[in-house]
Design a protein around this ligand. Structure first.
Ligand SMILES: [Cu+2]
Length: 322
């Protein structure tokens, strides 16, 4: 990231500007800018998190440090989407993950030209990336769930090649607690439609934080998908989890507190289950940072409701402090 205080703005809009200069700002690189050795080290670091015991033993279903990140996100998911704090919360979240290993980003605009470009992206390489698409017919959703409402192919199958081929997830899909393989179901239509340079340009040209955050995040806030949800949908499975879960009175079946008890729930919780999640969100964070640097007013601006479900919740209309 760029040195915040070094941005040459004459028009100071915040009393906080320049008060906390960064001595040693982190530099995130796009995945294909890494050497093969560095890619291997990154993947090894993810596997290390997946093998280390969790710090917080009160979350029983979380069996590793990696699960812990996922479980934290599951428990808070309903409060950090379609709200003003979506971008700031995720900036902190990916930063914490980054402290646990070393983070980079995935610029999916480089893979969005054709379906083949997406499928053959270096990020899906089995040796120097995160492994490929799921294999059809190797995964079955729990019987009372239904992913057909929005993206029928999202839970295509288990990832059976690459560094996470034999990894067993303890959490998900949705807010359920089930042991399962890492599931993917690429959606190249979403990739070529929503992850384009034009879509990014449409996002960064927005003049206020309010229109910017909505144009970036999409979901139920917009009639069509945007770069945020488009990125999740393009990966599918544990990377998307736009999963409709019908609990239908079996909530006691799962002993963990992550389960939503609503009958019909568009369950967006655990896409932090796929390690690529973090590279998608660091890219969104990068796009927010690009937008922040386009104007002095952008740098400190934030807005939006603080709750999806409570219409009387306060807005987050305050000035960001650096
Ligand atoms: Cu997301």
């Amino acid at each position: 990231m760029v040195h915040a205080a070094a941005v040459p703005y004459n028009n100071v809009v915040s009393e906080y500007q320049g008060q906390h200069p960064c001595d040693n700002p982190i530099q995130r690189r796009e995945w294909r800018a890494l050497s093969d050795d560095e890619k291997g080290e990154y993947i090894d670091a993810v596997k290390c998190l997946q093998s280390k015991a969790p710090y917080n033993t009160t979350i029983k279903a979380a069996k590793s440090r990696f699960d812990e990140f996922q479980s934290f996100r599951i428990t808070i998911a309903d409060d950090v989407h379609f709200v003003g704090q979506f971008l700031p919360w995720h900036r902190l979240f990916v930063r914490n993950y980054e402290k646990a290993l070393r983070d980079e980003y995935w610029d999916w605009t480089l893979d969005s030209k054709t379906p083949e470009d997406y499928i053959n992206s270096p990020v899906w390489d089995p040796i120097t990336g995160f492994g490929p698409n799921g294999v059809p017919g190797t995964y079955t959703l729990p019987p009372f769930t239904n992913d057909s409402r929005i993206f029928p192919d999202a839970f295509r199958g288990c990832v059976q090649d690459g560094p996470f081929a034999n990894y067993t997830l303890s959490l998900g899909p949705g807010k359920l607690v089930t042991e399962h393989c890492l599931v993917r179901g690429f959606n190249t239509t979403a990739a070529t439609r929503y992850l384009t340079p034009e879509q990014v340009a449409n996002t960064t040209k927005q003049e206020t934080f309010e229109t910017f955050r909505i144009e970036l995040e999409g979901g139920d806030q917009t009639p069509d998908r945007k770069i945020h949800d488009g990125g999740h949908i393009s990966v599918g499975g544990d990377g998307s989890n736009f999963l409709e879960i019908r609990v239908l009175g079996v909530s006691s079946f799962y002993p963990q507190p992550f389960l939503s008890t609503s009958d019909l729930n568009l369950n967006i919780a655990p896409y932090a289950a796929d390690p690529i999640f973090y590279l998608h969100h660091t890219n969104l964070d990068r796009i927010w940072w690009i937008w922040q640097n386009l104007s002095p007013s952008h740098l400190y601006e934030i807005s939006g409701s603080s709750s999806v479900t409570n219409p009387t919740a306060p807005n987050v209309h305050w000035t960001l402090r650096f």
